[in-house]
Design a protein around this ligand. Sequence first.
Ligand SMILES: Nc1ncnc2c1ncn2[C@@H]1O[C@H](COP(=O)(O)OP(=O)(O)OP(=O)(O)O)[C@@H](O)[C@H]1O
Ligand SMILES: [Mg+2]
Length: 248
Amino acid sequence: MAIIEVSNLKKSFGQLDVLKQITFDVNKNDVVAVIGPSGSGKSTMLRSLIHLEEINGGSVSVDGNYLVKDGNYSKPQDIKRITGRMGMVFQHFNLFPHLTVKDNLEIAPKMLKTESKAAIQQRSTELLKKIGLSERANAYPSMLSGGQKQRVAIARALMLNPEILLFDEPTSALDPELTGEVLQVMKDLAEEHMTMIVVTHEMGFAREVANRVMFMDNGEIIESGHPTELFDNPKNERTKAFLKRSLK
Ligand SMILES: Nc1ncnc2c1ncn2[C@@H]1O[C@H](COP(=O)(O)OP(=O)(O)OP(=O)(O)O)[C@@H](O)[C@H]1O
Ligand SMILES: [Mg+2]
């Protein structure tokens, strides 16, 4: 069943058409890897889903609830409710530098005030254990490695119990030896059936963990399919050329 439905999504920055009538669905428990050259619109597409960008046309719905329908956005409280079902992890972590790891995790749920402090603290303790950073609960982000920071950012996104996680090149800012620990946390989430959309250059991860790969070029989805199909037998010439460049 589709949990995210995107149809004819259009986005321009001034004269530049960055997304041109993009249409795709994401099913519950899907892990969708989004690949494509720099500037093809991958980040803009992802940011549009969680309303970090306003789109210029088309529709986005989550579980049948429209964030935007035919270019018209829903009421602010509905937008909040819909985007609240998603969490996002960025390339540059975006942790709060003045807060400890534990406080980075707890600040958003505490501000929402929908749960008791005890429940929030219990979850942050559990999530820190899950990402293997229980010992660093009181550390500040500047004291952590890039890989540790990104694991904290993932745990922070999980604190709000999202049904869908969006990742924008989560390992691109990391030294190569630190990417593995972050990819492992993402792989564990996939095995727990988290619905994920992952913009990535990690073709190995896409092949191993994703159940669908979407290739974007110049604001369009050129080709999409199961990783073995798309990587081993790409149909489109642009996909072929891109893969040839990136798998070298
Ligand atoms: N805020 C903005 N204002 C103007 N143009 C923008 C803005 N954000 C993105 N763009 C342009 O939109 C296009 C798509 O950008 P986007 O960041 O979505 O690409 P991308 O596929 O994520 O690239 P990369 O792999 O480098 O991250 C690019 O031409 C970019 O310059
Ligand atoms: Mg990008």
